[in-house]
Design a binder for this molecule. Sequence first.
Ligand code: WTA
Length: 635
Amino acid sequence: MSNYHIKHLEEYWQVYRKSLRNPEVFWEEIAEEHFLWRKRWDTVLDWDFSKPEVKWYEGAELNITENCIDRHLTTRADKTAILFEPNDPTAIAEHITYRQLHERVCKFANVLKDQGVQKGDRVCIYLPMIPELAISVLACARIGAIHSVVFAGFSATALATRINDCDCKIVLTSDGSYRGNKTIDLKGIVDEALTSCPGIEKVLVAKRTNTDISMKSGRDQWLQPLLDAASKECEATIMKAEDPLFILYTSGSTGKPKGMVHTTGGYMIYTAYTFKNIFQYRENDVYWCTADIGWITGHSYIVYGPLANGATTVLFEGVPSYPDFGRFWEIVQKHKITQFYTAPTAIRALAKENLDFVEKYDLSSLKVLGTVGEPINEEAWHWYNENIGKRKSPIVDTWWQTETGGIMIAPIPFATPTIPTYATLPLPGIQPTLMNEQGEELKNNQQEGRLCIKFPWPSMARTIWGNHERYRETYFSTYKNMYFTGDGAFRDAVGYYRITGRVDDVIIVSGHNLGTAPIEDAINEHPAVAESAIVGYPHDIKGNALYGYITLKETGESRDQDNLRKEINQLITERIGPIAKLNKIQFTNGLPKTRSGKIMRRILRKIAEKDTSNLGDISTLLNPEVVKGIIENTF
Ligand code: WTA
């Protein structure tokens, strides 16, 4: 039996049970046998969910880049580590070997050091999906700087908030970025953001689009000449297992985004372990995850997990629809992709297109298909299974979160039988449970409840940057001694989990988590707006779309409502980004409220879903009459 590489269902159960019986021995063996440490740990695990405080491998020392790069140089130096597929399908793909990756990461790390970046400093990375993104992430890790990658689709305001929240002193960006047939002025967005970021001393700019940009003297420098001049050797800084590796922001249901802090040792172990098992990675496979490194999926399953296993990981700059809807499948054929990991929203979008886009290509290299980010609906699952997997590649529906760092519930391909819409079984070391609203644990199967985790796992986020109390309150205060995920789930008769969706005010649109409060805050900034409430409603491709109910200060018919809608969406784009734009905006005379003044989103959600037959008792509302008006004017 191998703890590290599970191949059959029976083995899964044995390993799973072992991980429950003695979690510390389990995680100790894995850490010992498969990773490179500079110093061994004193204790495997120390935890207290009431504080909450979790420490894995305390006393141990390591550098994650030695595990992801250096240790492969003896056996895999000339193997492709990163396979870069540019936006332009006629451009040549770039194979970066482990040896070259080592050199480029070292050079980049030396540049950062020359710019005054030290261990523990926060580095903001705002780059498109080009090799410099992965390389700069690893360069930070090389010298113990904490990277904070901000998805390069976020607006200047969102970028500034994230830069200021963790006091970054340097930004890494590019002149522009390509997305399909569009060119985006990334540096312009950075310039705008930096007007409100006094802490930023330096900006390093990679050249990608060769567009004209302005460079502020004393602050901005082109990256390439600095890299050219840098030494290709950079000794790895020795880190403690619990030293922070990175911060990644995720939307909460209220307030500003939460900077989730992940630490080094446990994160490395868990992402590597799950990568190996969930994708059944073998030495000559070519693995492709289509996510952006700006999200946790990219951190864990484009960069760290694959590289820690010496894998070849594809980095794709473009979009699924350019030059046409066959792009993904063209890439699968071209690079003989063996594992393909994407989001349900992408699958739904591609399933709408003509099957010719799929059938033109040879997809026979595929062995495992994955999905992540939101529940996958049955129709999309079958389309994926039949047309992409040809019914021979298992679909791993992987449930996890930015906060969990790695995949928590998912089938192990060729071991766990899959069922559409079920994430199936917890991975070794993961102890999920369901709770009811009264705080009782639902011990029997065939029940639906709120998904919690009872025991720590190595890659869990340790805190929210600068706000440990918010971390405690958000995840550990709802149920005693449990991590609360914010998701609902159903557990079937055999113990398989099916994730039913968020139970809080987070809405997942095209796989992106959006908190309702920040969007409402943006809307309320419009001078004509009195009040607003956002809810999600089902959408064929995005999974959910946003429906905004907005009350104006003056209900004058005179206002051009279409224009107002445009202005409101423009404001949201500026404050958060285009992903948070509202699909529908309904102007209302009021919002349904409880007597204590709380907006009844449950009712608004039902109306948006066009399910008005059972709104429950609305007579207890402060203003039941507004509900009728809203229903009458619904889209
Ligand atoms: C949702 C993404 C159903 C869930 C890795 C979770 C899923 C949130 C699945 C985290 C899945 C993710 N089935 N729902 N397979 N995967 N989710 O932080 O609501 O961007 O809480 O992390 O996405 O999103 P995040």
